[in-house]
Design a protein around this ligand. Structure first.
Ligand SMILES: [Zn+2]
Length: 230
């Protein structure tokens, strides 16, 4: 069911269109970036006050002293954060977890589910014994469909706004290329609108099924199931 639903969202022609429109959108974003760089360049030439701190284009932070600029060292903080993050990735969140040696497979599961293989199996077994395994897998796949579907609809809404008869795209050589769409832009817009409507109807079904599954699960307070996000 999950696969079928996704395939519908990934209709090749639509996908291509979305990509094309997105590329056009990115060109505009790039223009903004170059304006920001121009500002930075002007800022670079300005004389800094003593005590002023700034970050250069390479991400290095400097402080102006009376005798000149000095590089500030932020590494210690960054390392501590990274270490804490990695530690969390390798620690099973189950209460009373007895796994001492965390294997590579455990680490992968922990980063995905929060639990080591042993604890995950115990928690899943409980759901199976309660006779709610199907509700559990349904809940997860419909929840995934919903978040994926919402993303796709957003992309299509953006595509609808961005559809133009002619685009300017920066080519690999850095030159502006004009790109004319063969299909009539209005016709394209109508098609995108129809697609959005279809997606929204499918999403509505996914919501219903997700909620039905949630109704069966909610009183159990399973660790593996987070409440629905809409
Ligand atoms: Zn564990």
């Amino acid at each position: 069911m999950a696969k079928e639903f996704q395939k519908k969202f990934m209709h090749p022609t639509r996908r291509k269109l979305a990509n094309m429109v997105l590329t056009g959108g990115e060109y505009e974003k790039d223009t903004v970036v170059s304006f920001a760089n121009a500002e930075n360049a002007a800022d670079k030439n300005r004389k800094k006050e003593v005590g002023e701190r700034w970050t250069d284009s390479e991400g290095k932070t400097w402080e102006q002293k009376e005798f000149g600029k000095v590089r500030l060292n932020e590494n210690s903080d960054t390392f501590a954060e990274v270490r804490e993050y990695l530690n969390k990735l390798n620690t099973c969140s189950a209460e009373g977890c007895k796994t001492i040696k965390v294997s590579y497979a455990d680490k992968k599961l922990i980063s995905k589910t929060g639990y080591c293989a042993k604890c995950l199996a115990t928690k899943q077994l409980q759901i199976k014994q309660d006779g709610l395994w199907e509700a559990y897998t349904d809940y997860k796949s419909f929840q995934n469909m919903i978040s994926y579907g919402k993303e796709v609809i957003e992309q299509f809404k953006q595509a609808y706004k961005d559809v133009k008869q002619e685009y300017e795209i920066v080519g690999e050589d850095g030159k502006l290329e004009k790109w004319k769409m063969e299909k009539d832009a209005e016709e394209m817009k109508a098609e995108i609108l129809a697609d959005i409507k279809n997606f929204e109807e499918e999403l509505e079904i996914a919501y219903q099924k997700r909620n039905e599954a949630w109704d069966k699960l909610k009183d159990k307070n399973y660790d593996l199931i987070k409440p629905p996000i809409d």
